[in-house]
Design a protein around this ligand. Sequence first.
Ligand code: ADP
Ligand code: MG
Length: 265
Amino acid sequence: MPAALSAHNLYKVFGRRAKQAVARLTEGRDVGGLDVTAAVADVSFHVEPGEIFVVMGLSGSGKSTLIRMLNGLLAPSSGRVEVDGTDLTALRPAELRTLRREKISMVFQHFALLPHRTVLDNAAYALEVARVPTAERLERARHALDLVGLTGREDALPQQLSGGMKQRVGLARALAAGTDIMLMDEAFSALDPLIRREMQDQLLELQESLGKTIVFITHDLNEAMRLGDRIAVMRDGRIVQIGTAEEILTDPSSDYVAQFVADVD
Ligand code: ADP
Ligand code: MG
């Protein structure tokens, strides 16, 4: 069974007086005058193994800050993240790197491909960093490229690829890494609508066959509805509702959510 992931009262406050601000926020007081940004405030959720958990919110609502805490790239100001019962925030840097390598991959909006490396090398990159022997990592990378329909493109350079293909390479890199958990931050947001739908379908198919635990971030409600087993709606750093697409559509928790879903196609 793939791993579970959970967030427990997570806060991330930026600014010199962040500590003070978190102390106030946890007491339910406001932080006006402290000159801080509370990017994430009191966020808790549990992602089930094999679930696609979508975090949806407008630009600036704290989604990227949240996802970076989920894989330990960013330390929370307060609260904790657990992966299969391991508290990420309690790990030493070396342990955290190992856990990230073995359990969590990230797919980014702007692909994060190495421009001078071939498609195959890019797909194998996470394994190269993990020092997996060459033959094994190329085999795994080839297999991952096959899964995303890029067989025959192994020797191409990123600049020779369309946006959709570049993102397939990004996805293949995460798949080759073989981690249970995939974090995807606006992974399809830079793609044209048609390609974007194709990628969504492909992700759902891969999910069906491979059964990853996925946290998928988007500002797009339709994308959230298509992909999410459950959706968390974020507003100003807080989660205002968690539910299935159906629940959020039929029983929005607030006027804010109701207005948000009024835009759904
Ligand atoms: P989203 O991904 O939903 O667009 P972000 O997590 O990027 O939102 O940002 C949430 C808020 O935190 C924004 O107000 C942003 O300006 C602020 N923020 C993000 N990163 C930093 C940082 N390193 N320093 C200061 N403020 C930041
Ligand atoms: Mg973002």
